[in-house]
Design a protein around this ligand. Structure first.
Ligand SMILES: [Zn+2]
Length: 412
């Protein structure tokens, strides 16, 4: 089995963590910012040195390709270079850097590729500067329209279109990724499961379905001192009852169901005034659509009135569970076994570009452990040893797919 070079990968990770480095060891590399452009420039430089051909599409997605002996659609690996504000050094970028290390490993072992190998950087995965997240893979998958995305605005009023033009990375629509034989995205787990179960690698079988509801409870404002308790229409009390009752009922549906009351707005939010409105969100995720339907039934079935307050649930958004390609998952799992690495089959609770790409290219993901399960923060950490193991699995998976797919009849 080919092994990647841990110290070479470490050096690359450390080099990229300088683009947008924060004082506390994290990175701020918002999409198409100066820091992101520097990282993109360096990424292209490294890929060119490896003999790859660079193409950029109209959403600033970058594709670097190594030719194969056969002229056919490529196998694609990669992820995203952008980060959230004060994010970590691994989220996204690790998928690209392990892919570079995979190519270096193949080249130093003089492996000749049958099928072209393409490395991809998707623009604005985080959605931290321009809403929504996974913007550009979403445009490729026709989940979002480009025209609408161009109008998305950052907090300084700069549109995505303006940032695109200023970045120097606005390419041709003809270069968009349309067809590929497989897509594999390596990513940090962003959760505590691999570490807790002491596994080296997560074989990601899909992305959890989710729903997000906003629940508005409307009551009546009045003086906090003069209004007797029995004469109040206090939406805060009703909201807190709904939350604890949902917490209990949802907790009984399934052990694997996760749910979060993440945002709450109180109006007028003054300590001497009984509130007149409380708005809160509940985000819930599970891989089984039947369970997600049960969750929605519970949320839409809330009473419309309680203690003189009106209750109104509105669905903000949802996504169906995405199931990755079983054959690619098997190859990834076999690669782990051949390398002597322990693995878990698992679902991703977080969204990734692969969930959109899976709509038109057979896809799967590889997870490496996150120390203390932390991500989207400066404390995000993965050991270099685990990064290198991930890269080993990526190399082995690409090679076994090369072999398998080049034997397939449709590839000439
Ligand atoms: Zn990511």
């Amino acid at each position: 089995m080919l092994k990647s070079n841990r110290s070479r990968l470490q050096e690359l990770i450390e080099r990229f963590s300088q683009f947008g480095a924060t004082a506390n060891g994290g990175v701020t590399r918002l999409s198409l910012s100066d820091e992101d452009v520097l990282a993109r420039d360096y990424f292209c430089e490294v890929c060119k040195e490896l003999g790859m051909t660079i193409q950029v599409d109209d959403m600033a997605n970058i594709y670097a390709t190594l030719p194969g002996k056969k002229e056919c659609p490529p196998i694609v690996i990669g992820s995203h270079l952008d980060s959230v504000e004060k994010g970590g050094r691994f989220d996204g970028v690790l998928g690209i850097l392990t892919a570079i290390e995979a190519i270096r490993t193949l080249q130093e072992n003089e492996i000749e590729l049958e099928i072209p190998l393409m490395l991809v950087n998707f623009t604005n995965e985080e959605g931290a500067r321009f809403d929504p997240a996974m913007m550009s893979s979403g445009v490729l998958a026709s989940k979002f329209t480009k025209e609408k995305m161009l109008q998305s605005t950052d907090k300084n009023g700069i549109t995505f279109q303006e940032a695109l033009q200023a970045s120097g990375y606005e390419g041709q629509q003809a270069n968009r990724l349309m067809e590929a034989l497989a897509y594999i995205e390596l990513h940090i787990e962003q959760g505590p499961v691999l570490e807790a179960t002491q596994r080296d690698i997560g074989v990601v079988e899909g992305v959890l379905g989710m729903v997000c509801y906003e629940i508005t409870v409307t009551g009546e404002s009045n003086h906090a001192g003069t209004t007797p308790m029995k004469m109040r229409k206090d939406p805060m009390i009703v909201a807190s009852r709904i939350i604890s009752s949902l917490h209990e009922q949802l907790g009984e549906i399934d052990d694997e169901l996760v749910f979060t009351f993440g945002r709450m707005n109180v109006a007028p939010n003054i300590h001497t005034v009984i509130p007149n409105k409380v708005v809160f969100t509940i985000d819930s995720r599970h891989q089984n659509p039947t369970i997600m339907r049960e969750v929605e039934k519970l949320l839409t079935g809330l009473p419309s009135e309680e203690n003189g307050c009106h209750i109104r649930p509105v669905k903000l958004w949802g996504r169906d569970t995405v199931v990755f390609d079983a054959a690619i998952c098997d190859e990834v799992e076999k690669s782990c076994q051949n390398l002597g690495y322990t693995s878990n089959r698992m679902y991703s609770g977080a969204g990734h570009d692969a969930q959109f790409i899976a709509g038109f290219i057979p896809s799967a993901m590889i997870f490496v452990p996150s120390i203390n399960g932390k991500s989207h923060c400066e404390e995000e950490e993965t050991t270099y040893e685990d990064c290198a193991k991930g890269s080993d699995v990526l190399v082995a998976s690409v090679l076994s797919l090369q072999k398998k797919l080049s034997l397939a009849e449709n590839v000439h």
